[in-house]
Design a protein around this ligand. Structure first.
Ligand code: 0GY
Length: 307
């Protein structure tokens, strides 16, 4: 058994989140969250760039129930590399209430893909955030994408806004639905109408297979979590960016908590307050139902989704 020592300064997830005031629609899906280990059972990968606290499947499912979600999409965290056992273990113990997104290497076999599919994996994640992963050649990713397309899976991409121009052509030829993490991480201190976010909007406009997670205000915000009263909400600087994407592309957006919130440096969000952020970016019951129920069900549980 290995004892892991957390990265210095690591912030643990919020142990006692508030009960959200916003009532989630029936069947809501937390479409971006992770499990970490526990390290003693599922050791963290040797190539990891951080060592987190433990965040088990049971703790994730308890949070799901506390917040009022019905289902989870568990995204493989980089601290586990391409060893998907902790994520798959969560899916297998979820009683059908979790689906997953894996990290795979080019040498993954068809049998392994089939095993993951049967466990509930429906996508792979390609990560271009340099502080999180080592470089993988684009040809390898291209090969993986064409393999997993046969299972009807999609590709989740994580990148920083400044890197979109360089990655545009590669993303454009992916043969599957493509889901962008956290709106491509816009710099929200730049204008909503500025060139950087306009490029991301153009990316969604020109590619009908591209979806976006309108997630992680706590990661993107410069204002931070303090609600200043009146109309000023926690993470208020992120609201216009997320609302723009929700309103322009209501059928291609997803929302998730990002629990247990890896690598935050200055504060750990109260997950209840994160749920209370949702009605500020999806302002009608119809938009909320698309964001939280219809869209994730179409992508992750199509067999249960009526239309
Ligand atoms: C996120 C964001 C981060 C980390 C990971 O897999 C990961 O390690 O995704 C990050 O550090 O920005 O979506 O959880």
């Amino acid at each position: 058994m290995t004892d892991f020592i957390k990265t210095p300064g690591w912030l643990d997830w919020f142990a006692d989140p508030s009960k959200p005031r916003f009532k989630l629609p029936a069947g809501a899906v937390d479409a971006h969250c992770h499990v970490f280990g526990p390290g003693a059972q599922f050791p963290f990968a040797s190539e990891r760039k951080y060592t987190p606290c433990d965040a088990s499947k049971d703790q994730l499912f308890a949070l799901r129930d506390h917040l009022g979600f019905d289902k989870n999409v568990v995204v493989q965290a980089t601290c586990h590399g391409a060893d998907n056992r902790a994520m798959i273990d969560a899916l297998l113990h979820s009683k059908g209430k979790a689906r997953g997104v894996a990290t795979v290497l080019k040498n993954v076999t068809d049998d392994e893909i089939q095993y993951m599919h049967d466990a509930g994996v429906r996508g792979v994640r390609f990560n271009f955030v340099k502080r999180l992963v080592d470089f993988t050649p684009k040809e390898d990713l291209q090969e993986i994408a064409s393999r997993i397309a046969h299972w009807g899976w999609h590709v989740v991409i994580y990148f920083e806004a400044v890197d979109l121009p360089e990655l545009w052509d590669f993303f454009s030829q992916l043969p599957t639905p493509v889901v962008v993490d956290h709106m491509g991480r816009p710099d929200v201190s730049k204008p909503l109408e500025g060139a950087e976010f306009a490029l991301f909007e153009r990316f969604m406009f020109e590619h009908e297979n591209v979806w976006s997670k309108v997630t992680c205000p706590e990661r993107l915000s410069v204002n931070g979590p303090k609600a200043l009263g009146g109309e000023q909400h926690a993470y208020r600087d992120v609201i216009p960016f997320a609302r723009r994407i929700v309103e322009k592309y209501p059928t291609r957006v997803l929302w998730g908590t990002d629990w247990p919130h890896p690598n935050l440096k200055d504060h750990m969000p109260d997950d209840g307050l994160l749920v209370d952020f949702i009605p500020h970016i999806a302002t009608t019951a119809e938009l909320q139902k698309m964001l939280l129920v219809d869209n994730p069900m179409r992508l992750y549980w199509p067999e249960l989704h009526a239309n």
